[in-house]
Design a protein around this ligand. Structure first.
Ligand SMILES: Nc1ncnc2c1ncn2[C@@H]1O[C@H](COP(=O)(O)OP(=O)(O)O)[C@@H](O)[C@H]1O
Ligand SMILES: [Mg+2]
Length: 281
């Protein structure tokens, strides 16, 4: 008989076991954002989490990042329990977190200088990264002087320069126009393929999730969302994201996963409508 493995006994980059998150509500009650989440991400894997609005995607990422403690359950990263900020991970938010009063190169250098690297060395490394993300000539600009795509490139360089083992990305490209977004997705995949990093990528866009990932995890409707499905994406790599939506394998996977996701999206839509109707009554 095989024993279930102990939490933290395997070397997963991210390992959530039975994680539930309950938030206190203003009226003195409580709200279960997610319930019994099991999520295991091996080093070097690209895993996306897809779910309707409010299904707890950001809550899960925040638990993996150590920014939020689960109410019950455990979080491990490379066999270590995560208590406080997960130092093996870099975080990329939907709204980029660039400091407006710092130039591009100073924003990118930040992680290194805060880790005690000398400014000269941090600048050398930042220049290498700015070149990699196509911003060689923009080192001295300030964030407000950049386009949306350029700000994202700066944020990518900022997250990667510290060489984390894990990238936690919360709908990083959702605010971009469709073309810029596809370019950024392609660039992200290229960077990732040259690396051995684990990526946990949150999106509400199933196309994006399938195109990028090795595995797509589907969250159910809230409250108390939990994982309702997990799909292996065996489309060969390297992938060209500009053409991938025509790939028969993509079409087939999309049909199958959407069949499951659709149910959860409809539930979320129905309960939002009921709430609106009872508010109106
Ligand atoms: N700090 C908090 N306090 C109370 N409720 C919260 C808090 N953070 C998130 N929630 C609630 O938990 C649910 C899940 O939120 P979130 O993880 O942001 O979902 P998603 O990222 O999938 O849209 C939502 O209903 C949200 O309102
Ligand atoms: Mg969110």
């Amino acid at each position: 008989m095989t024993q279930p493995s102990q939490p933290g006994s395997s070397n997963y980059a991210v390992e959530l076991n039975g994680c539930t998150k309950e938030f206190a509500t203003p009226g003195g009650g409580s709200y279960f954002a997610v319930r019994d989440i099991d999520l295991k991400v091996e080093p070097g894997r690209f895993v996306s989490i897809v779910g309707p609005t409010g299904s707890g995607k950001s809550t899960i990422l925040n638990m993996a990042a150590g920014l939020l403690n689960p109410s019950s359950g455990t979080v491990h990263s490379f066999s270590e329990p995560v208590h406080g900020v997960n130092r093996r991970a870099s975080y990329m938010f939907q709204q980029d977190a660039l400091l407006p009063w710092k130039s591009v190169i100073d924003n990118v250098s930040l992680g290194l200088t805060m880790a005690g690297v000398s400014k000269a060395e941090a600048y050398d490394e930042s220049r290498r990264w700015l070149e990699k993300v196509g911003l060689k000539n923009f080192a001295d600009r300030y964030p407000h002087q950049l386009s949306g795509g350029m700000r994202k490139r700066t944020a990518v360089a900022q997250a990667w320069i510290v060489n984390p083992d894990i990238l936690l990305m919360d709908e990083p490209f959702s605010a971009l126009d469709v073309q810029t977004r596809q370019i950024m997705e392609n660039e992200l995949l290229q960077l990732w393929q040259e690396s051995d990093k684990a990526v946990v990528f949150i999106t509400h866009d199933l196309d994006e999730a399938i195109a990028l990932s090795d595995e797509v995890v589907i969250l159910g409707a809230g409250p108390g969302s939990t994982v309702v499905g997990s799909y292996e994406i065996d489309i060969p790599r390297p992938r060209d994201l500009l053409d991938i939506r025509d790939d028969p394998k993509f079409v087939e996977l999309h049909r199958e996963i959407w069949g499951r996701l659709k149910v959860e999206v409809s539930k979320t839509y129905e309960s939002a409508r009921e709430e609106e109707e009872s508010d109106a009554a």
